[in-house]
Design a protein around this ligand. Structure first.
Ligand SMILES: [Zn+2]
Length: 325
């Protein structure tokens, strides 16, 4: 028994000694490891290797996520500055402002840039005038500028809704809702105006869209006050107008885009005026080299409730999807 007790103590001591030895060895190894790192001429190398290893692990664990990230290398947004070399750029009078191109971060990217142009909102726009048509020919219909006019205000102030809100403000509210929906659906969005004012006239807005977007939708409210419903401005059935460039090459696209928007807006529950279109010779149409429409989403008497605006925005987003299908 006594011998056994002594033997037990001896075993305990031996185990403790072994543990101590192991701890000492581990400490020495760790210190040597640090020494060798310190001795290395490039301190950053081991760190870089270690972070690379971590990244490799992340790759294997979240390969799918990384793939998605690879596809989304584009920044969230980009400022689009004016370029005087663009076609028709010399026809614009106000172009010190810039637009912003938002890149969709959605998984299902559509590879299309939609220009959303909140109509009006350019201080001083009424005191400048620009050519209605790039070739200087007179307007073929009336509208905010009368038929036969060669020049029009560079951009006017727009109307005011019966509840006192400016059209420019309403246009912007709708534009922002549309932007959010389009980005969610995988479309990139070129926003012409994002605050009360942007120093870009109608020609500047159109020329920027021509060079950075796949289609151009300007948002407006009409000056009537009977809440008559939404419509788009179609290209007048006028021989000389439809044979003038760039209208000749694009008028069918303009009408097709307008039609797609109105059809889907109606499906979403937006009241539509008459056949959904009104033919007017517009500056926007006259300078557009991409599918382009002026969309009147309501008039001065229309409801401005959040629910109404949501419905309008959903209809526009659905119309864009349907046009590019
Ligand atoms: Zn307007």
């Amino acid at each position: 028994m006594k011998q056994f007790k002594v033997g037990k103590k001896a075993v305990k001591a031996a185990v403790l000694l072994c543990l101590l030895a192991v701890i000492v060895v581990v400490c020495v190894v760790v210190l040597m490891g640090n020494d060798s790192d310190t001795a290395d001429s490039d301190l950053s190398e081991p760190k870089a290797e270690s972070s690379q290893n971590t990244a490799k692990q992340a790759n294997t664990e979240e390969e799918q996520d990384m793939k998605t990230t690879e596809e989304q290398k584009k920044p969230e947004k980009e400022t689009i500055e004016w370029n005087p070399d663009w076609e028709y750029a010399d026809h614009s009078k106000i172009h010190t402002g810039s637009a912003v191109l938002y890149y969709s971060q959605a998984e299902d990217l559509k590879d299309k840039v939609i220009c959303i142009n909140a109509g009006h909102g350019t201080e001083g726009g009424s005191s400048e005038s620009t050519l209605c048509h790039p070739d200087g020919s007179p307007k073929v219909t009336g509208g905010s500028t009368s038929e036969g006019a060669v020049t029009a205000t560079a951009i006017n102030e727009g109307t005011t809704l019966l509840n006192g809100t400016s059209e420019a403000e309403m246009n912007l509210r709708v534009a922002k809702l549309v932007k959010t929906k389009l980005l969610e659906e995988g479309f990139h969005v070129l926003m012409i105006r994002e605050s009360d004012d942007v120093q870009l006239d109608n020609i500047a807005r159109t020329v920027i869209a021509n060079n950075h977007a796949d289609c151009h939708i300007s948002i407006h409210y009409d000056s009537t006050e009977n809440d008559k419903g939404a419509f788009f401005i179609s290209v007048p059935e006028n021989e000389s107008y439809r044979s003038m460039e760039p209208v000749a090459s694009h008028w069918e696209e303009h009408n097709a885009l307008g039609q797609a928007l109105i059809e889907r807006m109606e499906e979403e529950g937006v009241p539509i005026y008459s056949s959904g279109s009104m033919a007017i010779d517009l500056t926007q149409t006259s300078y557009s080299t991409i599918p382009s429409v002026d969309l009147e989403v309501g008039d001065r008497g229309s409801s401005t409730s959040d629910e109404t605006l949501e419905t309008i925005a959903s209809g526009i987003a659905a119309g864009v999807s349907s046009y590019f299908k």
